[in-house]
Design a protein around this ligand. Structure first.
Ligand code: ATP
Length: 233
């Protein structure tokens, strides 16, 4: 479980997060939704220690994460898949996966069989350079790589960005499967609110750095006022 309490952060005079509080439960997907500039990326960057908060705290179970270095956070089981699908393009798919497994809390013996079972597209392309992958395959690769470090908390930033609806559905289904099989805590940042709410258990809506909605996903999807005002569908 991840507990965010009164988290405030910004960039110089820009206040990107203003006393944001919510809890992401274990074994559940918590979608963080909101328009461009709402503060979603900053929230993930603050949870994973890349942005220093001005106020507030982040806890994982009994452990306070605020102020800890990135490598310590990764050893504690936190994984962050940022926007942009960064892979090492010159390396093969398999080498990118092996690199991912080196960090975090990964086992000594890297078991790619399980990964390939879950991501058959990556198995097919295992000996190809990552540069040859499609956008959807690259997104699968960065998620698979993060999962090899065996995180308990997985932060995903806009995995659907720029992908065709069919590919988005595949990726979201994989995320759902991972959560259900491994009891991970997932925080899913998305602008594609409609699709995200279909797989999420819970939703948080941010507007100008503040929480304006915090409800079960089905309730958010059925809240016409909130949907029209902040979610764009
Ligand atoms: P997007 O979907 O466009 O990434 P977002 O909801 O993720 O939007 P953030 O990227 O967290 O929002 O941005 C929140 C606010 O902080 C915005 O006003 C943005 O302009 C500002 N901001 C973000 N990054 C920086 C930065 N590096 N320097 C200055 N201001 C920034």
């Amino acid at each position: 479980m991840l507990e965010i309490a009164e988290l405030s952060a910004g960039y110089g005079p820009v206040r990107a997060l203003d006393k944001v509080s919510f809890t992401a439960e274990r074994g559940k997907i918590t979608a963080v939704l909101g328009a461009n500039g709402a503060g979603k990326t900053t929230l993930l960057r603050t949870i994973s220690g890349l942005v220093r908060p001005d106020h507030g705290s982040v806890r994982m179970g009994d452990t306070k994460l605020t102020g800890l270095e990135a490598d310590r956070l990764s050893r504690l089981g936190l994984a962050h898949v940022p926007e942009g699908r960064g892979v090492i393009t010159e390396l093969t798919v398999e080498d990118n996966l092996r690199l991912g497994a080196l960090g975090g809390r990964g086992r000594k013996r890297i078991d790619l069989a399980e990964t390939y079972e879950m991501f058959p597209k990556l198995a097919e392309r295992r000996h190809n350079a990552a540069s040859t992958l499609s956008g959807g395959e690259r997104q699968m690769l960065v998620i698979a790589r993060a999962v090899l470090a065996e995180p308990t908390v997985l932060l995903l930033d806009e995995p659907s960005l720029g992908l065709a609806p069919r590919i988005v559905s595949q990726i979201f289904a994989l995320v759902r499967q991972l959560v259900d099989e491994r009891e991970m805590t997932v925080v899913l940042v998305e602008q594609n609110a409609r699709s995200a709410l279909q797989i999420a258990d819970h939703g948080i809506v941010l507007n100008l750095g503040r929480v304006v909605g915090d409800s079960p996903a089905a309730d958010l999807a059925g809240d016409d006022t909130l949907r029209h005002a902040y979610l764009g569908f």
